[in-house]
Design a binder for this molecule. Structure first.
Ligand SMILES: [Zn+2]
Length: 63
């Protein structure tokens, strides 16, 4: 904490349309403490599909 650098937002790829779905999380040390098998229910802003994702599917923005 305390640095001014921009943190990378984490996304998953929508299981329906492969669009980027924001996880609401950022690439911080706290992410490493999330259990790998915890399920995150997220809704795609592009197609409205709600699905569950795990940390293994998180990635930073690719564009
Ligand atoms: Zn979608």
């Amino acid at each position: 904490m305390g640095t001014a650098e921009n943190l990378e937002a984490l996304y998953v790829s929508c299981k329906n349309c492969t669009g980027q779905v924001p996880t609401g999380l950022q690439l911080t040390g706290a992410v490493y403490e999330i259990p790998a098998d915890r399920e995150h229910e997220l809704t795609c802003p592009s197609c409205g599909t709600t699905a569950t994702y795990t940390k293994a599917q998180f990635h930073i923005a690719t564009s």
